[in-house]
Design a protein around this ligand. Structure first.
Ligand SMILES: Nc1ncnc2c1ncn2[C@@H]1O[C@H](COP(=O)(O)OP(=O)(O)OP(=O)(O)O)[C@@H](O)[C@H]1O
Length: 263
């Protein structure tokens, strides 16, 4: 969509290792890629190949062992307000209601309390939780908790959203609905999104580019540009072409075991 724009995110020759029980575990090797402003990029790869670690590096929650991670040309050293991370485990505060959890993300933004309330309500309506605003997280299903987390991230209107399997706990109907809403809002607000997923269908539906990762150590093996205009038709031949192209990338390297993908 916005392929002529400047990079917002740049990874240059990033290596990452962790020291665990006296042993070095090299998780990422020589990762280099850009994400342009307004672009939607997915990271797709088997469990443990380092996808979440890449998000943590971009978000400033981890530092590279070597190489660098840049946001708008400046080295990322800490988490900042320009970027919101949507965690797998929702990150909701159990003692705050649904509404107060969404308002929480807006508290540092210096908005009036009425603006904060209105914005939180608008995004809760978007994710279909307007009737649940006074409930607490423990009273919600996993999918509902994730919808609260999505509403909170979107309400903050960040330049960059990092999403770690945000739709995995949702049923198909809610997943498709929220995927469409996410694309609509992303286009309107020109948000840049990096998504981690195991779901090939989801990656093809949402992304401008899919980065395929291979493990041990984690590296980018291929970058596939997804050309058809959005919203895409999941039943169209083009869509199946991209699904098949991506699936083939895994099929021949993992013949010893079943890939943990949804297709
Ligand atoms: N803070 C940490 N300390 C030690 N090891 C870590 C840490 N974070 C991640 N790892 C290791 O790095 C490797 C990659 O983990 P990561 O969560 O990035 O993979 P992933 O591809 O996102 O996996 P999944 O799809 O299962 O979420 C794993 O072996 C994991 O144990």
């Amino acid at each position: 969509m916005t392929t002529t724009r400047q990079p917002l995110v740049t990874l240059e020759h990033v290596d990452k290792h962790f020291e665990t029980a006296g042993k070095t575990n090299q998780v990422l090797a020589d990762i280099s890629f850009n994400v342009r402003k307004g672009e939607f990029v997915s990271l797709l790869g088997e469990s443990g190949c380092g996808k979440s670690t890449i998000l943590n590096l971009i978000g400033g929650f981890e530092r590279p062992s070597s190489g660098q991670v840049l946001l708008d040309g400046k080295a990322v050293r800490n988490p900042g307000r320009r970027c919101v991370m949507l965690f797998q485990e929702y990150g909701l505060l159990p003692w705050r209601t649904v509404l107060k959890n969404v308002e929480l993300g807006l508290e540092p933004l210096n908005l009036s309390s009425s603006t904060r309330h209105e914005r939180a309500m608008a995004y809760l309506q978007l994710v279909g939780l307007k009737k649940n605003i006074r409930q607490f997280p423990e009273e919600l299903s996993g999918g509902m908790k994730q919808r609260v987390a999505i509403a909170r991230a979107l309400a903050m209107k960040p330049e960059l959203i990092l999403m770690d399997e945000p739709f995995a706990a949702l049923d198909t109907f809610n997943r498709y609905y929220l995927q469409d809403e996410l694309l609509r809002l992303q286009k309107k607000e020109e948000t840049t999104i990096v998504l981690v997923t195991h779901d090939i269908d989801e990656a093809v539906y949402l992304s401008d580019r899919v980065m395929i990762m291979k493990p041990h150590p984690g590296r980018i093996s291929k970058s596939i540009k997804i050309d058809p205009a959005k919203p895409r038709d999941r039943s169209h031949g083009d869509f199946h072409y991209y699904r098949r192209t991506i699936f083939e990338e895994f099929k021949f390297t993992q013949s010893h075991e079943q890939p943990d993908f949804q297709i």
